[in-house]
Design a protein around this ligand. Sequence first.
Ligand code: S3P
Length: 447
Amino acid sequence: MAHAGHDPKPASARSGSPLRGRLRAPGDKSISHRSMIFGLLSIGETVIEGLLEGDDVIRTAKACEQLGATLIHDGPGKWRVHGVGIGGLKEPKDVLDFGNAGTGSRLMMGVAGSHPITSTFDGDASLRSRPMRRILDPLEKMGINVVSQTEGGRVPLTIKGPRETIPVTYETPAPSAQIKSAVLLAGLNSPGETVVIEQEATRDHTERMMKLFGADITSVPHGQFGRKITLKGQPTLQGRKVIVPSDPSSAAFPLVAALIVPGSEVVLEAVMMNPLRIGLIDTLLEMGADIEQMNIREEGGETVADLKVKHSSLQGVSVPAERAPSMIDEYPILAIAASYAQGTTRMNGLHELRVKECDRLDAVAAGLEMAGVSFEIEGDDLIVHGTGSVRGGGPVQTHLDHRIAMSFLIMGLASETPMTVDDSTMIATSFPTFVPMMKSLGAAIGD
Ligand code: S3P
């Protein structure tokens, strides 16, 4: 069983000297998953540089192999994928075990389900608790058959693709790039046009990559904040070179660390500045953060910048709900910054946080409570009353959630007493080098 034998490893962090130095956070998780998937769905060779070799992405890579791709590992972050092309997937012999990876499993349901094969998806205890109905609903409309599942639309589940999927026009019920991407990926092997409408624009890596690999896809504004995406089905995708930029969701941890630890000055290299991913930076700037964007350039089809970050005295702000899709993974670390700010930070409209690797709203609240931070939850809004300093404490329960673990370890770098977390093993899903990289800046963090 995927989650059997999980051996938790507690960790702690304490305040110490200022953080100094430069680092490049690992490759973007969203783009890393997709580079493997597009490699599988292409004819010829896809060359990937800067792949995040975290557990989540490696699970997706293994699933691509099980579905017929040939993978060659040329060195750290360097991979070649020989794909089978759209329509060419083979039936996997074993369960596709996605571990902790929500993105990998959900995107792959669209990929495998749009082929006439049967595949079973499973994962760890966290993935087994996450809702999959939001993916299965549109896939069923496309003719994909869910042949077995546990109650409530969770993995383990088995899906069977029809001879040919039906293209749909689908409006996503939540602002989720995973739902959008699963439908578009299934649309790749459907005749005619697949249309996805989203009321709030979410990260657009799938659309960008479809274009890069040769699909005919357009995206136009829809309503006040949304997009309408139209994909022509059954293109021939050609293998491409993908350079994976540094993940802004991982860079967020050393970034906030530098802001809260007195005397710090840190440079974060080549951070992806995709406008649909940088809500945290916008928010921190509003809070008075000293973040300088330097050397803005294009890398691998995305804008990247080096960020010079200095310790700052932060002020509380109100974060509008419509900003949530552009910083959905960053609320836990924003709650840490808000704890060290002066005044109240109100984070509005966090309902999607409840269906992440754990219920992140509850997990953040429990951690803040342990650290002695004053806060309230009103419906799906989190309101943090910062006083400029944090007591510390723990052990914070991380519920197999990497971002909860990293957030509360960062909190401990400036707290009066150390912070501890009950488990740090899951950090390897997205940021395997987190502890050594933070230590290289001078952070007192570890076992
Ligand atoms: C992701 C989309 C987001 C995000 C996740 C990665 C993606 O999930 O939380 O970490 O790569 O598409 P939702 O789309 O469900 O909000």
